[in-house]
Design a protein around this ligand. Structure first.
Ligand SMILES: [Zn+2]
Length: 223
């Protein structure tokens, strides 16, 4: 397969220039940064968020590269058949022993808007990848109707996060972690990021392994 240079495209060249400037400024401010990070990572958090360009987890949490292990997809969904996310969780839990998994939805989510719109139409067979992917979310939206009135987008965003926390609590990867690590097993949290003002709200739905003590600071003994 032959190809051309990305740099032939001005907008791509601009990105490369930005990368050069960023790497240079990091090296100037902290010469040890890249040598320190190269050998490995030790994130304490796995973030499961939406692909939305406005919700870059490391930026909005004021974190640095290396702080957060990440999986992002449309509308921050999880299903037991999702082996991409299952694999991310296995690496996060087995290799890095992350203490926390956070599912973070956000306001004005295009995935949730799509599902909401689908739930307002007569049911048809899902055929495209997007239709099939969004189907469980559209079904959830359908359960939130008040008579003929569809749920608000904000309500669907919140209920979706709660549903994904539930889905995770029932999945084998998490259950196995709880078996392996006992009361030190991973905690799963549900949050919503508000695009309106940049703040994150906790949905107070944190779950953990049987017998865990809520709120106790967790020490990662692995490293
Ligand atoms: Zn979204």
């Amino acid at each position: 397969m032959s190809g051309q240079s990305s740099l032939a495209y001005p907008e791509m060249k601009e990105l490369f220039d930005r990368n050069d400037q960023w790497a240079e400024s990091v090296r100037r401010q902290d010469p040890g940064f890249f040598p320190k990070h190269y050998p490995g990572q030790r994130p304490e958090i796995l973030w499961i968020g939406c692909s939305d360009a406005r919700v870059p987890e490391t930026t909005i949490m004021g974190c640095q590269p290396g702080d957060i292990f990440v999986h992002r997809n449309i509308a921050n969904l999880y299903s037991p058949q999702d082996d991409s996310l299952n694999a991310v969780m296995m690496i996060a839990l087995q290799n890095f022993k992350v203490k926390h998994i956070v599912i973070t939805g956000h306001t004005n989510c295009v995935g949730c808007t799509t599902a909401l719109n689908v739930s307002m139409l007569p049911k048809t067979k899902a055929t495209t990848p997007l239709q099939k992917y969004i189907e469980p979310l559209a079904t959830l939206s359908g359960t939130l109707f008040d008579g003929n009135r569809p749920p608000s987008l904000d309500l669907l965003v919140e209920e979706n996060v709660l549903q994904q926390v539930k889905n995770l609590s029932e999945c084998d990867v998490i259950k196995n972690d709880w078996k392996r690590r006992g009361t030190d097993g991973v905690r799963v949290h549900g949050w919503v990021y508000h695009l309106e003002d940049g703040t994150i709200r906790d949905l107070n739905c944190t779950i953990g392994p049987p017998g865990h003590i809520p709120g106790q600071r967790m020490v990662n003994n692995y490293f």
